[in-house]
Design a protein around this ligand. Structure first.
Ligand code: NJP
Length: 234
């Protein structure tokens, strides 16, 4: 029986590349994000190559929609991999951070990672096998200016992952945090940040590194993966 992987934020960027590579590697994939049209286009691409996938339009800032994702996914297959990838960043001076932007980044980047992981842990415990992947950031390891809410959400995500890793070792559940530098995705489109796109990491190569971590055999776990361009931060 094929194993199932759930990917949040699968409609674009890193999540899209990962969904395609997971399908190419033989996983059934569940594609979650808000943009149904984009998810359907990715599903078509996957199915054309003979892959098996399910689209579940989901706004992960809404706990009841995460519950719907859980119900639809559990009808579809046994979840082996959860990729907590949905995320956004809003960059400005600390005094200009609105409560709305603070809440959105914390809700999508951090709270949803907790709720989505929690939804699939019981099945993993039952099967004594599973993997939780957190698409974190270099901003989950170091504070950058003009990014307070984003950095806070990613430090929180790292704490969440570290705690769950210790708790779930005895259940044979691997917890992997990915900390990339800047990646060339639509993430940057409306941030007003003008780093040169062609010098950023590309999604497909980053997804290959993550696949390598996911495919570590037996009792090997890549607990943290820090990936930067060779020249360092912008
Ligand atoms: O960005 P982008 P990335 N509910 O904008 C989804 C981290 N990261 O691939 O809902 C559900 O192409 C959105 O889907 P949609 C970053 O923090 C990036 O770069 O349809 N989904 C889309 O699929 C993030 O955690 C860089 O709009 C929601 C996806 O999230 C992850 O990588 C550097 C949602 C965002 O895709 C993927 O970001 C770094 C919601 N409420 C870490 N809101 C970088 N790009 O440089 C958003 O260190 N999404």
């Amino acid at each position: 029986m094929l194993e199932t992987a759930v990917i949040t934020g699968a409609s674009s960027g890193v999540g899209k590349s990962l969904a395609i590579q997971l399908s190419d590697a033989g996983y059934k994939v569940v594609l979650a994000a808000r943009s149904e049209n984009k998810l359907n286009a990715i599903a078509e691409e996957i199915q054309t190559k003979g892959g098996n996938c399910l689209v579940v339009p989901t706004d992960v800032s809404q706990p009841e929609q995460i519950n719907n994702l859980k119900v639809r996914t559990l009808e579809y297959g046994d979840v082996f991999v959860v990729i907590n990838n949905a995320g956004l960043g809003k960059f400005c001076k600390i005094e200009d951070v609105t409560l709305e932007d603070w809440n959105r980044q914390l809700d999508v980047n951090l709270r949803a990672s907790f709720l989505v992981s929690q939804a699939f842990i019981p099945g993993m415990k039952q099967r004594e096998k599973g993997m939780l992947v957190f698409m974190n950031s270099v901003a989950g390891k170091k504070g950058y200016p003009y990014s307070a809410a984003y950095v806070a959400s990613k430090f929180g995500m790292r704490g969440l992952a570290d705690s769950m890793r210790e708790e779930l070792r005895e259940n044979n559940i691997k917890v992997i945090s990915i900390h990339p530098g800047a990646v060339d995705t639509p993430f940057w489109d409306e941030t007003g940040v003008n780093f040169p796109r062609e010098e950023m990491l590309d999604t497909s190569t980053l997804a290959q590194s993550i696949m390598h971590a996911i495919q570590s055999p037996g009792n090997f776990t890549v607990e943290e993966l820090v990936v930067r361009r060779t020249a360092g931060d912008f």
